[in-house]
Design a protein around this ligand. Structure first.
Ligand code: PLP
Length: 423
């Protein structure tokens, strides 16, 4: 048989039996001393967009039957199961993209596996030639390759899948940034991976949600999850109600964006720290105890009953709005200036020329920005550059017109603001 994952499926790492492996070094931006305020707008949707009540009893049809899916609280735990089923562990190596967030590697670190990072091209597609020479240099059996559709922009993984099959490697298709649920799958995604993982909580106003999908449902037979206790269900509902009240933008009496920028540019910035650290286990964002708990029923209800059409439409509109805004702004460029048809964006990735001071000013203004500034170090020049220069800006469906107005204005003014001592 071409792939022998099921034989390895029941192998779980036992605590205390870690063997020495090539430890990864992580670059970790530590903003502790910067005193950034909380963002004034939520980076993820917090208010559900319900369809008309008449449709609540009949959610849209599934694209595949329920036995092709397993539910987790986060995508990272779905990844852990995919890695485990693929044979990742002390004896099986993972190939992972050099541009990543820590939760993409945590599951493999939790399985005590060796991870080798493969380089990416500027559009975040795998560098196939570099992948080939990387594979040739690895002594141990390579069991899986993780490939990501970043920011919801579908990559064509058909060649990668053929390459994986030729080398007896499981392709794990990371759809964490893709609109993928039991009932909907964004075009061109979730079709190539032997295992597919997703993070519905990034697309819907729900407390949690991670999904593992396999086109061959038998591959999921060894995966068992436990339902969340009732107290967690109740806590999830309470949090959902609290979060749906939303956050407040600065009122008319608060200092304006221009005044804040004048103030910020007149003082010396604390730039935080950016050390290189060793790590041979998962980060604090990974909980072994939560690894096999299934997502809350209330979260699945929200995913199943929210309006997919509105979700897609609003996200696309907000993405286009960001594109129009940044087209005329200096010191930055959109990573994907064309939004492909059929694509539902997760966030708007924007490359900035001068993280110091622009990233810092934006954070001080309260603009919701994510950036993967904690990343395992590699030889990939693109990932090294994107770690500090690539900002992830929200474009989700729950953003109001005034929130978009405020964020785009804050962005435009900040990037235009004349910086003294830009590095
Ligand atoms: C591309 C990608 N893959 C996987 C993950 C892990 O997903 P989750 O947050 O659902 O655990 C993340 C987390 O942000 C991610 O950005």
């Amino acid at each position: 048989m071409l792939l022998s994952w099921l034989a390895a499926a029941t192998v779980l790492e036992r605590p205390g039996r870690r063997r020495a492996r090539s430890a990864l070094k992580f670059l970790r931006f530590d903003p502790g001393s910067c005193c950034f305020p909380s963002p004034l707008v939520s980076p993820l949707p917090e208010t559900p967009a319900w369809p008309s009540p008449a449709r609540w009893s009949t959610p849209p049809a599934r694209y595949s039957s329920a036995n092709h899916f397993r539910h987790f609280t986060r995508g990272r735990y779905a990844l852990r199961e995919a890695f485990r089923l693929a044979g990742i562990g002390r004896h099986g190596v993972l190939l992972a993209p050099a541009y990543h967030c820590v939760t993409m590697l945590d599951p493999a670190l939790a399985l005590a596996a060796d991870i080798h990072l493969y380089p990416l091209q500027a559009d975040l597609s795998p560098d196939q030639a570099a992948l080939e020479s990387l594979l040739a240099s690895i002594q141990k059996p390579v069991k899986a390759l993780l490939a990501t559709h970043y920011f919801g922009i579908a990559q064509d993984f058909s060649h990668l899948k053929a390459w994986c099959i030729d080398h007896d490697i499981a392709l794990i298709e990371d759809c964490s940034h893709v609109l993928l649920t039991e009932r909907f799958r964004a075009s061109g995604t979730g079709i190539h991976g032997h295992f597919v993982t997703a993070s519905p909580y990034k697309f819907f106003a729900c407390a949690d949600g991670g999904l593992l999908y396999a086109a061959d449902a038998q591959r999921l037979d060894p995966v068992a999850t436990t339902p969340a206790p009732l107290i967690e269900e109740l806590r999830g509902l309470k949090n959902a109600v609290e979060r749906s009240r939303g956050r407040k933008l600065p009122s008319g009496s608060s200092p304006s964006i221009d005044e804040r920028l004048e103030f910020l540019s007149a003082r010396k910035l604390d730039l935080g720290k950016d050390p290189l650290i060793d790590r041979d286990g998962p980060s604090s964002l990974f909980s072994v105890a939560a690894a096999t708990t299934s997502s809350l029923r209330s979260s699945r209800f929200v995913v199943d009953h929210s309006s997919i059409d509105d979700n897609i439409r609003r996200r696309r509109e907000n993405y286009q709005r960001w594109l129009r805004t940044v087209a005329a702004v200096p010191n930055c460029h959109a990573l994907f200036p064309m939004l492909p048809a059929d694509c539902t964006p997760y966030m708007f990735p924007l490359h900035i020329d001068h993280p110091n001071p622009h990233f810092h000013w934006l954070k001080h203004l309260g603009v919701p920005i994510w950036r993967w500034d904690e990343m395992a170090s590699s030889t990939c020049a693109i990932s090294l550059d994107y770690r500090l220069h690539l900002l992830h800006l929200p474009c989700h469906q729950a953003l109001t017109e005034s929130q978009m107005d405020w964020m785009t204005a804050a962005f435009e003014k900040t990037l235009r603001h004349v910086a003294k001592g830009v590095q």
